[in-house]
Design a protein around this ligand. Structure first.
Ligand code: PMP
Length: 338
């Protein structure tokens, strides 16, 4: 029995991805982070950030947690916050999916939508949330913290201490490679740190979507970005505190045209309904498998569940508007007459 929803965070299973494994001759395993109570990988960061603030004496019962987020961290903070008696104020760019915004409102977050502008703009959602936290800390009697997931390394620590350990345990130490995309970098840098501490032979790769600047940084030493992606929650333009000291063995830039067919195949043929960032991750795992050759075990992260993006990723009209191919099954009418 779990004492609360918090105990249900983590210990997610590794699921073998059939076609990716068969095509590469490797075992490609996805860590099913959509099975966390907030339905994403960000529950772990949320829990570690809140516990860290409690240890530092920054939060008291009824206290406020303020954060700028593409959605999943806000959902994680709100789920954990409700279980522990804290309230959340979430600042989200208006470009994020309606489903995530609805989930945040449903869970009881105070939701503030702001126009999506680049990080260097003072009205960027991360900066707005930082200023708001500062203001609220002055007026809230129970205290207010800024979760600051990008530069708060409690996020990375959560993955060193939990996700990496689970991957090592559940593969009996036979993991040869790990790959994933970066939003804050907590997942990739944390799992890399945890696995490298177990064995320096484990290869680590970054899977970067178009429009992010990290691939060019890790291959050419300069932060520059080109193109765009419909994926959400990933695609970083700077070296966050969570990424400091991190250096991948390999780096791949993955276009949506490579990632989306993987997502479409998995939902139709393997019973796995995933969000877009998982597609970037699995495409990265396939590239790493080809790099290392057959017979290796490669792990990646299945970050969140696909229903969170039904109005976008699985919507023919949306896909066409972005000049992305629409699979036939998405518009098929039932061929069984009654
Ligand atoms: N995928 C999704 C859907 C996310 O919301 C996030 C978090 N922003 C990530 C991947 C990336 O995780 P991290 O912040 O640990 O880099």
């Amino acid at each position: 029995m779990y004492r609360s929803v918090i105990d249900a965070i983590g210990n997610t299973p590794l699921i073998r991805l059939r076609r990716a494994s068969e095509e590469t001759g490797c075992e490609i395993l996805g860590k099913a982070e959509f099975m966390n109570p907030g339905q994403s990988v960000k529950d772990r960061a949320a829990l570690f950030i809140i516990r860290d603030a409690e240890k530092k004496g920054l939060l008291r019962p009824g206290g406020l947690i303020v954060e700028g987020t593409a959605g999943n961290t806000g959902i994680g903070l709100t789920v954990v916050g409700k279980a522990l008696g804290y309230r959340t104020v979430i600042v989200i760019p208006d470009t994020q999916s309606q489903e995530k915004k609805d989930a945040l409102r449903l869970l009881g977050a105070e939701l503030i939508e702001v126009p999506a502008v680049p990080y260097k703009n003072p009205n960027n959602y991360v900066k707005v949330s930082g200023r708001l936290a500062e203001q609220l800390a002055k007026t809230s009697e129970s205290g207010a913290i800024w979760a600051n997931q990008f530069d708060n390394i409690a996020n990375r620590k959560g993955h060193v201490e939990t996700t990496a350990q689970e991957i090592w345990r559940d593969t009996d130490g036979k993991v040869d490679g790990f790959v994933c995309a970066v939003g804050t970098g907590g997942t990739l840098a944390g799992i890399a740190e945890g696995l490298k501490a177990k064995s320096n032979a484990v290869k680590i790769a970054l899977a970067d979507p178009l429009g992010a600047a990290l691939h060019s940084f890790y291959t050419e030493g300069v932060l520059k970005s080109e193109g765009s992606s419909i994926t959400e929650g990933i695609g970083q333009g700077r070296i966050t505190a969570n990424l400091e000291g991190f250096d991948p063995d390999f780096s791949y830039q993955i276009p949506d045209e490579e990632a989306l067919p993987i997502i479409f195949h998995l939902v139709q043929e393997e019973g796995l309904c995933l969000g877009g960032s998982s597609g970037i991750n699995i495409a990265g795992a396939i590239r790493l498998a080809r790099e290392l050759g057959p017979g290796h075990t490669i792990v990646t992260v299945l970050c969140d569940y696909g229903t969170r993006y039904q109005s976008k990723l699985f919507n023919p009209k949306f896909l066409r508007g972005k000049n992305l191919p629409v699979p036939d099954w998405m518009e098929r009418t039932p061929d069984i007459a009654v």
